[in-house]
Design a protein around this ligand. Structure first.
Ligand code: SF4
Length: 336
């Protein structure tokens, strides 16, 4: 069994970020948070490793801003604070997240020198009009160039994309996913747009100039995106914003915010897969579907929604889901 991996997050809110994406409120958050420094890093690592089981590993992750856009000496102070823990084996890896236009060979080589293994790149969209309407301040060519450079230097590459941005459509999101797949990342994160208070997007929405990306639209599109990435053997390591007390308590004013968004989208992907099979293969009206180990609840859906959908759409009497060996690359098999 693989050792359990613990992420030690250190947030560098809006540190070094040169602009204001319409959906982001990091600048406001950063005003309320102490800026991260070497001491923050040391304390964050020490607070986790003291209770970590012997068979677990810990990974330090700089999230929340644009790491490589921070002044060089501040990047070095943060990384130097982590170095003794990396050398002693107390942490196994360091990853950073950043913007595509803040990546060049010199900055990446510095990350390599300090033992960073993975760079997460906020691509968000590969459609230049969507990027412009979202105030990203970079274009799709920046993402392609940065992703290729990251891979050339032997770093792990995680790409992040968003759905439901201003000017976005399902077709543009599918296009973005295909472009990201062509860059061969080691994984992707997908973040459907959430309207957070105190952002430019919130104001656009209030003025009626932005139509929100609903939970249902995000789940429907997300199921298709997840399937596309999985068929290309690229893991989707996150779908949807991490639920927090702040977001659930009202900061998420609209859009695709749901504490179980990822589960809903993955479950929809299973439903779509079963629909495809039932439309093309013979089956009993007392249907038995087989899914891989641990996937029965995904096929069943929240409150058995997938079961009811299949019964209604295909005139079935009953649907039973069991664990089985499914052919590689498939989610579901018809057993009866
Ligand atoms: S680049 Fe990242 S941190 Fe900067 S404004 Fe955009 S989303 Fe926020």
């Amino acid at each position: 069994m693989k050792p359990k991996r613990h992420i030690i997050p250190v947030f560098v809110p809006h540190l070094g970020c040169p602009n204001d994406c319409v959906f982001c409120n990091q600048r406001k958050i950063s005003g309320k948070r102490e800026p991260a420094d070497g001491e923050t890093v040391k304390k964050a690592i020490e607070s986790v490793i003291k209770w970590l089981p012997a068979d677990a590993s810990a990974e330090l992750a700089f999230y929340g801003g644009s790491f490589t856009a921070i002044p060089a000496e501040e990047q070095i102070a943060l990384l130097e604070a982590a170095l003794p823990f990396l050398r002693s084996g107390a942490i196994s890896e360091i990853r950073v997240s950043t913007r595509p236009d803040a990546v060049d060979e010199q900055r990446l080589k510095r990350l390599c020198d300090y033992g960073v293994k993975t760079v997460e790149l906020g691509a968000q969209s590969m459609d230049d009009e969507v990027l412009k309407a979202s105030g990203r301040g970079h274009c799709s060519a920046d993402t392609e160039r940065a992703a290729k450079l990251i891979k050339k230097l032997g770093l792990g590459l995680i790409l992040q994309m968003m759905t439901g941005l201003p000017g976005d459509t399902d077709e543009k999101s599918i296009f973005t996913a295909k472009k990201l797949i062509s860059l061969s990342p080691d994984g992707v994160r997908i973040y459907p747009t959430v309207i957070i208070r105190d952002t430019a997007l919130y104001e656009l929405w209030e003025k009626g100039e932005y139509g929100e990306h609903s939970v249902e639209a995000a789940v429907d599109l997300g199921a298709r995106l997840i399937t596309l990435f999985e068929e290309a053997d690229i893991p989707v390591i996150r779908f949807g914003l991490n639920p927090t007390d702040e977001l659930s308590g009202g900061e998420a004013a609209g859009g695709a915010y749901h504490p179980a968004l990822g589960e809903l989208a993955r479950s929809r992907a299973y439903l779509n897969c079963a629909r495809e099979l039932l439309s093309s293969a013979r089956h009993d009206r007392d249907l038995v579907l087989g899914v891989g180990r641990g996937c029965v609840s995904l096929m069943t859906g929240q409150k058995r929604s997938n079961i009811y959908a299949l019964i209604n759409e295909y005139g079935l009497n009953t649907v039973k889901i069991v664990e089985t060996e499914v052919p590689s690359g498939k989610k579901v098999a018809i057993l009866h």
